[in-house]
Design a protein. Structure first.
Lengths: 197, 663
């Protein structure tokens, strides 16, 4: 819970900073660029990522942000501005890389991706970890049985395989599965970097 | 024709000039931007603008009149948030259509799909709004409903026997000891076959006191005071010093049974009936109450089973006001009073005589003295009539035409609506001087100041509810919407800020600060607390069970599928019950379901809730169902099929999700 509050505070600060110049431009001739989540004209920062009702089951964003193992992922989600998508109604299935997964990437990769100019690229990598549907383990197993494809929000298809008792997605093993209010999180040990196009 | 137009224009000009003069050039309500008189120097638009993402300061509960429902608005924005179905079936939420809530609309006259809802009133503790429940009356087939202010759903409806036209209702006493229901029509009690012309002296009227359980809110009729067969119009509770009394306005003390618009306007004065309900409790304790047979429905919605039950009651306790001294006194009040309003201190009782030239205000202190002094002016059917001079506190002289209802700002001011002269008039309690008047558009009925019927009004805004709109909005054929108008009453002069359309007839309203309710507003129903007998609390519990021709489908829904979503083995002539449980435990994620050809209902099911529709398939084929609430990105994929085979077919009953068949 404390982590979530911290995240919210961080996001809030981030947005204030990133939107700081925007209000001044609003009356100018330049088309204002939208930061996500949008800062509405009233000055109120809102988005589904910020709604906390204290009763509902936690959604994918809230669960990811509440676990130490996913601090890099959480940071990346914010930098890419896709946090509202993870808090959306979904349904969605997140294949969530742990911190070590990011650490396995070539040195400097994460730092480079976190730079504002790489926001779109980072977002593309992140949505390659999200299937826009409900995929509990049983359904993934059935995908294998029936030869169904796993379609990701990036537009890519990921292979799903079974090795022994384990399920592999995009070549990496599912370590653990968590039900969240808007779908499922499957924990993985590698980042699923989509092929360059 | 030309001449007619000219004369209308002339009339308009005169009226306009008069209005401008009489209002001192104040805000006429037509201007979108008006800086005058605002302490904050904000434009009118800014004062009602609630920016996207921001919240209103007050809740307004405005009855729908002939719609039978209760609408929830935000103030000052006038935005509509919800229509709470109460006395009418509601195609949006399946209220009165699904199997769980049909019982809510049962009465001793059978199932009634549509009534007329009038006067909401919020529960109180120590004379202040406590935000637990809002009560509202059905005017036609007499009933009182209790709406939860946690779920914003109707939880209970009790029918009122021996009553006809439950108009002077549903107002609460200052600790919500009772919610009150006074009959509009005198009727034979008990009902019997007799000539209408024998009305006078033979018809009676019941004033019902409905006890409210302070824990559960459950209602029961504690007693009925049997009164002469006048028409009882509106009522308000005493408070503070007058707590323990209830004041009812009457008209038709002439006891006319036809052409009342003439025959009920003959007496110079009708009455306000002051009922001492603490005395009534004493009489009951002393065994003076008489039980009489009566048939009335009592419908209770159980939040655990998500299901309503209807019980027929068969007895009611009565007290005859003509036989029990000290129970009721009549305060003479000109002239067919409508509103009967008690100020926040409990001292003043305002009689809004519809046809009177002036407003009459009685004093509770004087009334007590007059009773002590036996300052009577005869009696009506054994009930003492107090001398007018002995109870009258003052008169607001010629404030307007057609006074209807008065509310208070808690700062010593009263605000009265005038139907005929289409205006709200502000006047001062004690001096009775008129301080301000503002037009309404048009023909205002009731008005509302949040907390106005309590010891502690929130005197910031006033909402006037209008019957006629004519040229105020874009025309929509012969039927045009009615409206509410919002005034700022913080200054010396009232200022109209906003004019917004309403659902049905905005008959009457109650309001409270948003902070009183927001924190308690329910977000989901916990699945673990769901005691619905046909709930399936996980997909593994989903199943289909045949009992003769009845087939029960225990179905679940979650983003974005039903379980099961393929069903076979249904036959023509079966009665298929879709018992559908929303497995979501996430705020604001309802699902809906509709079944092609289902005659009873579609459903809209909140997280954790179970609801049921009945489908009686008439044609062989494969028929689809789907989710009707745009629940998720794959909402359109949330669908399924039922195979219907001929009667007598031996297709086995089976069901599946994703190809896993069960039977």
């Amino acid at each position: 819970m404390r982590k979530i509050n911290f995240l919210a505070l961080f996001l809030f600060t981030f947005l204030l900073v990133s939107c700081g110049g925007e209000a001044n431009n609003a009356t100018g001739n330049e088309p204002s660029q939208k930061a996500a989540p949008a800062k509405e004209e009233s000055g109120v920062v809102k988005g589904q990522a910020y709604v906390q009702d204290g009763v509902s089951e936690k959604n994918a964003l809230q669960v990811a942000a509440s676990l130490d193992d996913f601090s890099t992922l959480a940071k990346a989600v914010m930098a890419a501005g896709v946090e509202n998508a993870l808090a959306n109604n979904g349904p969605l299935t997140v294949f969530a890389p742990v911190n070590e997964a990011f650490a396995k990437l070539p040195e400097g990769t994460v730092e480079t991706l976190l730079k504002p100019e790489n926001k779109a690229k980072l977002a593309f990598i992140l949505v390659n970890h999200v299937a826009p549907s409900n995929y509990p383990i049983e359904t993934l197993e059935k995908n294998i049985e029936k030869g169904r494809k796993l379609f990701m929000a990036s537009g890519e298809y990921l292979p799903v395989e079974k090795k022994g008792d384990d399920i592999y997605v995009g070549g990496t093993k599912i370590l653990k599965s968590v039900k969240v209010s808007n779908g499922w999180i499957h924990v993985i040990g590698d980042v699923l970097v989509p092929a360059e196009k | 024709m030309k001449y007619l137009f000219k004369s209308i224009s002339f009339l308009t000009l005169v009226a306009l000039t008069w209005a401008m003069t009489s209002c001192g050039g104040g805000n006429q309500g037509g201007a979108a931007n008006n800086n005058s008189g605002s302490a904050l120097g904000k434009s009118t638009a800014e004062r009602v603008f609630v920016a996207p993402g921001e919240l209103d300061e007050f809740y307004g509960f405005i009855s729908g009149g002939f719609s039978g429902q209760l609408a929830v608005y935000g103030l000052p924005s006038g935005r509509l948030f919800k229509v709470i179905p109460v006395f009418s079936q509601d195609g949006e939420k399946a209220y009165g259509y699904n199997e769980e809530t049909k019982a809510m609309l049962q009465t001793s006259h059978g199932f009634i799909p549509w009534d007329d809802s009038h006067h909401p009133d919020i529960s109180q503790t120590n004379g202040e709004l406590d935000g637990r429940w809002v009560f509202i009356n059905a005017n036609n087939t007499p009933r009182i409903a209790r709406v939860s202010l946690e779920t914003f759903e109707t939880e209970e409806i009790i029918e009122i026997p021996n009553s006809a036209g439950n108009h002077s209702s549903a107002f609460v006493t200052e600790n919500t000891e009772y919610v009150v229901a006074g009959t509009r029509f005198g009727v034979p009690i008990p009902q019997r076959d007799m000539s209408i012309e024998d009305y006078k002296g033979n018809f009676k009227a019941a004033l019902s006191f409905v006890k409210v359980d302070q824990e559960t809110g459950h209602m029961n009729i504690a007693f009925q005071v049997l009164m002469p067969g006048f028409d009882y119009d509106l009522t308000h509770p005493g408070r503070g010093k007058s707590h323990g009394w209830m004041f009812f306005s009457t008209y038709n003390t002439e006891e006319a049974n036809s052409l009342l618009e003439v025959n009920a306007s003959q007496n110079d004065k009708d009455f306000i009936a002051a009922v001492n309900w603490k005395k009534a409790e004493e009489y009951i304790a002393a065994g003076k109450g008489k039980k009489m047979p009566a048939k009335y429905a009592h419908n209770v919605y159980d939040e655990a089973t998500h299901t309503a039950t209807s019980t027929m009651e068969n007895e009611v306790l009565t007290l005859d006001a003509s036989e029990l001294p000290g129970l009721v006194y009549f305060l003479p009040t000109p002239k067919s009073p409508h509103g009967c309003d008690v100020d926040p201190t409990g001292e003043y009782i305002v009689g809004n005589g519809k046809l009177a030239a002036s407003l009459t205000v009685h004093s509770f202190t004087k009334m007590q003295q007059a009773i002590k002094d036996k300052a009577f002016d005869g009696d009506a059917y054994g009930i003492p009539i107090l001398k007018f001079e002995a109870v009258n506190a003052g008169t607001v002289v010629q404030p307007g035409l057609g006074p209807l209802h008065t509310e208070f700002d808690g700062k010593g001011n009263a605000y009265t609506t005038f139907f005929i002269s289409s205006e709200v008039v502000k006047w001062k309690l004690g001096t009775w001087e008129v301080l301000d008047r503002k037009p309404t558009y048009y023909s205002v009925g009731h008005l509302m100041i949040p907390g106005g019927n309590s010891r502690k009004p929130f005197g910031k805004y006033l909402v006037a509810m209008n019957k006629i709109t004519k040229d105020r909005y874009l025309p929509t054929g012969p039927e045009v919407c009615q409206s509410a108008q919002l005034y700022d009453i913080t200054g010396d002069k009232m200022e109209m800020l906003l004019d917004f359309p309403t659902v049905g007839e905005p008959h009457y309203a109650a309001g409270c600060p948003a902070s009183l309710l927001m924190k308690n507003s329910r977000k989901i129903f916990k699945l673990e607390d769901n005691k619905h007998p046909y709930a399936a609390k996980s997909e593994s519990e989903a199943k289909v069970v045949r009992k003769g021709k009845n087939v029960h489908i225990y179905m679940t829904m979650i983003r974005s599928h039903f379980a099961p979503d393929n069903i076979e083995g249904i036959k023509v002539g079966d009665k298929v019950f879709f018992h559908v449980t929303n497995l979501e435990q996430d705020y604001d994620v309802p699902h809906g379901i509709s079944m092609l050809g289902a005659n009873t209902s579609e459903l809209l099911i909140m997280p954790g809730q179970t609801e049921t529709l009945v489908w009686e398939p008439k044609e062989v084929g494969v028929w689809p169902f789907y989710c009707t609430d745009f629940c998720s990105a794959l909402h359109q994929e949330m669908q399924g099929y039922v195979r219907v085979s001929p009667a007598g077919s031996n297709v086995p009953l089976k069901w599946s999700l994703d190809g896993e068949w069960n039977q």
